[in-house]
Design a binder for this molecule. Sequence first.
Ligand code: NI
Length: 226
Amino acid sequence: MPDDRRKGRNQIAAFVIQAAAVGFGVVSAVPAEADFKSPAALAAEAAPEGAAKAAELMDALMWNRGPIGGPFDLIDQHGRHRTDAEFRGKLLVLYFGYTYCPDVCPTDLKAISSAIDLLGPAGEDVQPVFITVDPQRDTVARLRGYVSSFHPRLIALTGSAAQVRQVALAYKVYYANVTSGNGEPYAVDHTGFVYLVGRDGKYLGFFPPGTPPGRMVEIIRPHLAP
Ligand code: NI
């Protein structure tokens, strides 16, 4: 094998090992051995139920296992029914979080809002949507106050616990209430990917948490071309 090819292989092997170490599940692309276990399976053995579920959902999202995305029928910050069907023809930027989130949600919502502004007039074809994973506290009124501080066109959605669970799971979003036990309000542990849904309503892909607005714009723009 030529040196550069061997080097390439070694780099791939190193990546696979690194990815496995952080639980990203890349190894499933490697031929299976009899005693081989996926990172998700290992996590399921080693970690509490919630953590195992988080790893499984992230694994499914990152490697595009099974369908991602699906219909929703929820209530917006003005108390109106909104369904996924009404957004056909627009690009959806979808984010799951909760209004009491101390820093990650606001950061990503700010990035989404800036990206839409950076797109200029083309940004009119992009609809930002925030779906709460804390429907218990994120009431219609609470959402109305929250989203107005990010972007005038941001739609925030809530619903029953079951409705929220259904759409979150469709997008492989992990979330769970976490209590500190010292009387403080609960936090919601949640994955923070930013989803892109095409004009036809089909899932296109995701941005990792912390993606800067300029990079979002570069990736969104080709999907806005007529
Ligand atoms: Ni958050």
